[in-house]
Ligand binder design. Structure first.
Ligand SMILES: Nc1nc2c(c(=O)[nH]1)N[C@H]1C(S)=C(S)[C@@H](COP(=O)(O)O)O[C@H]1N2
Ligand SMILES: [Mo]
Length: 306
């Protein structure tokens, strides 16, 4: 796999990972990260991955995180989003909450962010294509927003939708996917404390190519579940259609849990290439978060519900 090393980005614009880590450990020791830091249990945070022979999880360099992206609204190449999303307007931004909820409304992004506490979470992201990264996200639990809008007892799923604006998103001028991009989670998955809405990474606002102003991060699922540029949440009693499932139903299922035992029809999912590393790693069940999420799938045939 080719990983482009861009020499045209001024060094001053690149966060030095070591400086970042020093500042970060300062924040952690001064307790500003809140409850998670106080318990020493930031999920997946800078610890060796569960299988220690694989070595520790180092943060993926900021430059790779922000120049090697999938965001088909800005093109299908890995470097297209960084090149084409620069002038994307992320303010003002509103998010519609619809369907089986007691408080449906169109919320300003600021209204959504005001009551929540942003915290840092270092999560692995594992793309279905076989590469992975380790990213320090800034965000808040999706559950905080869901609790606030109060789903009714009929709500079983939540559907997410990306902005549809072909004038700003050149990729949407071609029928690569059935625009707008949509994704979905079962309500218990959406309420799981590991599922977050991210507003930033590396202590900075989210770059447009990474999904600004708000994107989902569900670390035990393949990267494509992490929908970017979210403008709508709709609560339903039926499993929602998802963009990738519509495009290739035999390749991308609704659940899309990271699973080294279930191959993609065209390639194995047993290993992954951590961006920046040479040797491939074994892919871990549920991307290594199984101790926290596996019970949600107890009794389910994960080959059938891929
Ligand atoms: N709206 C939208 N969201 C998207 C995508 C996309 O094409 N459009 N690509 C997905 C895929 S395939 C991956 S792997 C992740 C990549 O996130 P990253 O660029 O922050 O690493 O975003 C996901 N979210
Ligand atoms: Mo992906």
């Amino acid at each position: 796999m080719l990983i482009r090393r861009r020499s045209d980005i001024p060094a001053s614009e690149i966060t030095d990972e070591r400086l970042y880590l020093n500042r970060r450990s300062f924040i952690a020791t001064s307790g500003l990260l809140g409850v998670a830091a106080a318990t020493g249990a930031l999920p997946g945070c800078l610890k060796a991955s569960p299988s220690d022979e694989q070595g520790e999880d180092k943060l993926t360099p900021y430059r790779d995180v922000t120049t090697y992206n999938n965001y088909y609204e800005f093109g299908t190449g890995k470097d297209d989003p960084a090149e084409n999303a620069g002038s994307f307007r992320t303010r003002p931004w509103s998010i519609a909450v619809e369907g089986l909820v007691k408080k449906p409304a169109v919320y300003n992004l600021e209204d959504i962010l005001r009551p929540v506490t942003q915290e840092e979470r270092v999560y692995r992201l594992r793309c279905v294509e076989g590469w992975s990264m380790v990213i320090p996200w800034l965000g808040f639990p999706l559950a905080a927003l869901i609790n606030r809008v109060e789903p009714t007892s009929q709500a079983k799923f939540v559907e997410f939708t990306t902005l549809h604006d072909p004038r700003q998103m050149p990729g949407q001028r071609r029928p690569v996917l059935d625009w707008p991009y949509t994704e979905g989670l079962r309500l218990d998955e959406a309420m799981h404390p590991l599922a977050i809405l991210a507003t930033g990474l590396y202590g900075r606002p989210l770059p447009n190519q990474n999904g600004a102003p708000l994107r989902l991060v569900v670390p035990w699922k393949y990267g494509f579940k992490s929908i970017k540029g979210i403008v709508k949440l709709r609560f339903t009693d039926r499993q929602p259609a998802t963009a990738w499932n519509k495009a290739a139903p035999s390749e991308y299922g609704f659940y899309s849990n990271v699973n080294p035992e279930v191959d993609h029809p065209r390639w194995s999912q047993a290993k992954e290439r951590r961006i920046g590393e040479f040797l491939r790693r074994r892919t871990l069940m549920f991307n290594g978060y199984g101790d926290q999420v596996a019970r949600m799938y107890a009794g389910m045939d994960l080959r059938r519900y891929y």
